[in-house]
Design a protein around this ligand. Structure first.
Ligand code: NDP
Ligand code: MG
Length: 358
């Protein structure tokens, strides 16, 4: 592609996307941020986008750009103006869902970091138009060939609390949970890693992207192996790459890459690799995995509850334990939920949030 739009340009994936765009000489036609106006202003100056939107209306006066689009409606307006065939959606949580739907409606391809879009609305999204920017799904895509597979594996790091006593985890503080052992990412996904919600999301993401229920996850603490495919013939292949999102981003922008994006892994430095199962005692939400695969519409409920509780946890309003307790509560309440159409999403998302407020 010659030009792209980047939603969530000021975030961890957004910033890396702009670096890759610059490296490939891809024009950045539009950018969208929420509240980091300092960085947004720098990006405006450096990339000279034609269109800019800020989601947080209170911040609009701080953005140095004429004809700025404002609010969540402003993001949709921006998408309508942009001509680029590819949109990178690196917004966080539910906020990214409607923009994803709109991109596909407009006939644009979607380079998708916002996995919540697939978790919430997977069955209504055309995955042939989606390039995943998630290291595990990128790894699966990279390994996938003509041969029939019997199982897809994605790996988990175990998150910031992986070495903690189970008994102490319930009271983990925000600072503890944000100390991810391997990846440097946005706050929300870092919390999702510690609760294993991120891996539940990724299982659903893989279900929609690869059209299969034969998906499982394993802990690989070095996060060097991102995904494995077990084929029917009994062979298993693994995708090994450094802990750096630039590789998945690069391929989401350009599938015909030549030359180096990352330094190869020094296998001798890695030494040994170890796989562990995800223990339900430590990650109580993991018990939901098969249920979610069988009831994928429940992804909307999981996401709505998780979005709300993680927000509260990051604001220090609730304990770490409250995240999974409230997710359980919402799943129980909305058990059997079916999403009938795209137009129900907003209402259903609010229904779950309202339930948890009471
Ligand atoms: P960050 O928190 O670093 O960035 C989020 C971005 O979204 C920021 O640009 C932020 O703006 C913007 N944003 C936040 N809320 C809104 C809103 N309501 N409307 C519009 N924009 C908003 O997150 P990450 O980059 O880490 O993650 C982004 C997505 O990518 C998530 O879905 C995550 O799960 C996924 N992902 C991330 C990976 C990573 O390595 N970071 C790996 C795989 C997936 P501002 O900063 O200006 O407030
Ligand atoms: Mg991932």
């Amino acid at each position: 592609v010659q030009s792209i739009v980047v939603l969530g340009s000021t975030g961890s994936i957004g910033v890396n996307t702009l670096k890759i765009a610059k490296k490939f000489g891809i024009k950045v036609e539009g950018i969208v941020a929420n509240s980091n106006t300092t960085l947004l202003n720098q990006q405006i100056e450096k990339f000279q986008p034609k269109y800019v939107a800020i989601a947080n209306e209170k911040k609009k006066d701080a953005v140095k750009f004429d004809s700025l689009f404002v609010g969540s409606g402003g993001i949709i307006e921006l998408l309508h103006h942009c001509q680029s065939p590819l949109v990178v959606n690196a917004m966080v949580g539910y906020s990214g869902v409607m923009p994803s739907i709109e991109c596909l409606k407009l006939g644009k391809r979607l380079a998708l970091a916002n996995k919540e879009s697939l978790v919430v609305a997977g069955k209504f999204l055309d995955c042939t138009q989606i390039h995943p920017i998630d290291s595990e799904h990128f790894g699966l895509w990279y390994l996938m060939g003509e041969k029939k597979f019997s199982k897809l594996y994605i790996t988990a790091s175990g998150g910031a609390l992986r070495d903690w006593d189970v008994a102490k985890m319930k009271d983990a503080r925000v600072e503890d949970v944000l100390r991810h052992p391997n990846w440097s990412m946005g706050q929300k996904i870092t919390v999702d890693s510690a609760t294993m919600v991120n891996k539940l999301f990724e299982v659903l993401e893989a279900k929609w992207l690869f059209n299969t229920d034969k998906i499982d996850a394993l802990i690989e603490e070095k996060s060097i192996i991102h995904a494995l495919i077990e084929f029917e013939d009994g062979s298993t292949t693994a995708h090994i790459a450094d802990v750096d999102m630039k590789l998945p981003i690069a391929y989401a922008l350009n599938q015909k890459i030549e030359g180096q994006i990352l330094k190869p892994i020094d296998l001798l430095k890695v030494g040994s690799l170890k796989f562990k199962s995800i223990e339900e005692q430590k990650y109580p939400l993991w018990k939901m995995k098969d249920y979610l695969l069988q009831n994928p519409d429940m992804g909307l409920v999981l996401n709505a509850a998780n979005d709300m509780m993680v927000e509260k946890f990051l604001n220090k309003e609730v304990s770490f334990e409250a995240i999974y307790k409230n997710i359980d509560k919402a799943i129980e309440k909305f058990d059997g939920f079916i999403l009938n159409s795209l137009s129900d999403i907003e209402l259903c998302n609010s229904a779950v949030r309202n339930f948890l407020l009471t």
